[in-house]
Design a protein around this ligand. Structure first.
Ligand SMILES: [Zn+2]
Length: 368
């Protein structure tokens, strides 16, 4: 009898103290468990699905390893001087060394694109890339902004002569990453652009500063051609790079995500535009991420080439990655070099962070 009482007392004590503890901590523990902190940055496994490694040097990958980041390096055909074979060779050699850290997208040449034989040659190149391990293809803004036909007319991405290439990518179950058009800022004078990164880029690359080239297809025409291409290929797995060149307005992005269920958007080098919108309407940007949490993919557009200072580049990339993390996981007040106003972090729940940093990359780039 005495023994039973003793046990009952201990049991009762454990029950009461346990309950009290749980009750006291419940609210706080629960709230914290739903969100990551700044300190979780290197603990959480992440992807960057838009980077450009143009060198055999591996310090860039080692930095990604430290940041707990896996990379998709993207080959780009940017014109006759861009050696896509060499870019592919670099990607393959790096993947051999870091098979778990790196994957790549191939690109195709547009040289002689309207000559007989181009199509067969291009399909053979892509087939070979896929056999080598490319998990998709990048198509670039030179379609729509540089490429012309024999009459001097610009060739847009919905041109029927490009269809067989896109059909082949779709049939091969690979992802097409499309950087088509430019940020809307490109059609504005430098002093009216919303963010400094665009202002600097277009000051340095006047050939793409569309405000200076009114004879080129307009912003709306670029977007419309891309949309028509998507309309023709409803089964293509398409990732619209740089927020689909609709970076200036989350409503415009949302419209496309609603209309084309087979597309996702990467945020490469356009996160500042989301921050810019968060200055005026934080709630809207936050809710946009909640609603489209399965369709948005973290990426940076970070890259290194032979001219880069690798140490400086790594420092810069690390800083950017931490700052982006801070914007997505905390609600701290932030400011940066992109524009003068300050804004607050979005403090997205863990499950949304896991999607934009990891799950969506795997879903939209199978094999990554
Ligand atoms: Zn890029």
């Amino acid at each position: 009898m005495k023994k039973i009482t003793w046990f009952s007392l201990i049991f009762l004590y454990a029950l009461v103290s346990g309950c009290t503890q749980n009750k006291a901590g419940a609210g706080k523990v629960k709230a914290d468990e739903n969100f990551y902190t700044l300190e979780d940055f290197s603990r959480v496994e992440k992807y960057d699905t838009h980077s450009h490694i143009g060198v055999y040097d591996t310090t860039f990958i080692k930095q990604a390893e430290k940041d707990n980041l896996r990379l998709l390096t993207v080959n780009v055909y940017s014109g006759p001087s861009s050696n896509i074979e060499e870019k592919q060779e670099i990607a393959l050699r790096l993947i051999e060394k870091y098979p778990d850290r790196l994957a790549y997208l191939t690109a195709f040449s547009l040289e002689g694109w309207d000559e007989p034989g181009w199509q067969a040659k291009t399909l053979a190149y892509l087939k070979d890339s896929f056999e080598k391990g490319a998990i998709g293809v990048k198509i670039w803004k030179n379609v729509g902004m540089e490429l012309r036909d024999r009459d001097g007319k610009f060739v847009m991405v919905d041109d029927p002569r490009i269809d067989p290439i896109i059909d082949f990518i779709e049939r091969s179950d690979k992802t097409l990453l499309g950087h088509l058009g430019e940020p809307r800022n490109a059609w504005l004078p430098l002093d009216q652009m919303t963010v400094n990164s665009d202002r600097n880029y277009f000051a340095e690359h006047p050939q793409y500063h569309m405000y200076l080239h009114p004879e080129y297809p307009s912003y709306d025409e670029q977007i419309a051609a891309r949309d028509r291409m998507l309309g023709k290929h409803p089964k293509l797995r398409f990732v619209a790079a740089h927020l689909g060149s609709l970076e200036w307005n989350v409503d415009e992005i949302a419209k496309r995500l609603d209309k084309y269920p087979n597309i996702a958007m990467d945020m490469a080098e356009r996160i500042c535009h989301l921050q810019y919108q968060a200055v005026k309407d934080w709630q809207k940007v936050h809710d946009f991420f909640i609603k489209y949490q399965d369709r948005l993919i973290y990426s940076t557009d970070n890259g290194v080439n032979k001219k880069s200072n690798f140490a400086e580049a790594n420092e810069d990339f690390h800083r950017t990655r931490v700052s982006d993390w801070k914007f997505f996981v905390t609600n701290e007040k932030m400011s940066g070099s992109y524009f003068d106003e300050s804004f607050n972090g979005l403090k997205l729940p863990k499950e949304v962070i896991d999607k934009i940093y990891r799950t969506n990359a795997r879903k939209w780039f199978p094999g990554i």
